[in-house]
Design a protein around this ligand. Sequence first.
Ligand code: CUA
Length: 341
Amino acid sequence: MSSPSGGRAGRAGARRRRLGPLACLAAAATTFAACGGALDPQGPDAGGVAVVWWLMFGIGTAVYVVVLVTLGLALRRGRLAERGDGRRPSRVAGMPLLLVGGVAAPALVLVWLTTTTAVMGPREAGDDALRIQVEGRRFWWHVTYPDGDVITANEIHIPTDRTVEIELTSDDVIHSFWVPQLAGKVDLIPGRTNDIVIEADEPGEYEGVCAEFCGIAHAQMRFLVIAEPPGEFEDWLAGQAEPAVEPTDELALRGREAFLGSSCVYCHRIEGTNATSDFGPDLTHLASRRTLAAGIIPNTPGDLAGWIVDPQHVKPGNAMPAMRLEPDQLQALLAYLGRLE
Ligand code: CUA
């Protein structure tokens, strides 16, 4: 006889059993969504990663099927032997199968995968590669173009069809640089300089993430790689090398005054003004960027206002303090920052 609580426990167990496969499916879907970019490669480096992935998937599936079929045959043979309808399997007879399936096949598969991974793996950048430095900070990306004397943040522009070597460093904790559609991932390790080579075949926007847990806002440490035809890229680089535009209208002038008279200058740089700190993202050409807060909100006046007034609400754990501004000061500041194309 089952007690009421036993009935409840039974129902809960049945529900768990029903939900188990659903949870597995949800987890698999999430994993595939995250890896989806890597399976839609848009450059030669990500192409190699995708080839290795499909090869591993194919071999893994084949091994799984062979193991299940073998297991099924063995169980059937064992049952026949128990009923006396078949010969009892001998251990010696199974030895060749063991040697082929347990030694030769795994060795072959491992050598095959290792060779393919080595051939398809990271490549060296040539002398004509564009070199960019990226430093991981909690929780954003500091980007420097050494040749162009350009500093920016969270948005990396590259020309299409050209090898780009990115030098990766970190001063705080370990981060990891990953643009699934363009390459594999490489860690940014304090005290070391690592390199990653990326290349985009087509113009486009490619999303990047930090792929190593680095603290509370790790999941919000994103960035964009924007691939442009070489001419457009050169124009962009030349524009970014210019100092910030001088505001001409009354409102933006008051905004600049508010910016330079506040604690903003202790963390940010606007080239051409006396704000020169590189503790936070460079704002010289803030208005030309597509996102704010390391790729998590669009760069619109409304989002920028929300970010300035309460950044911890938008991205808990980031280093930006809330700015206490009068409404007219905020409007002026937005007007000034909005001019920084
Ligand atoms: Cu930086 Cu995770």
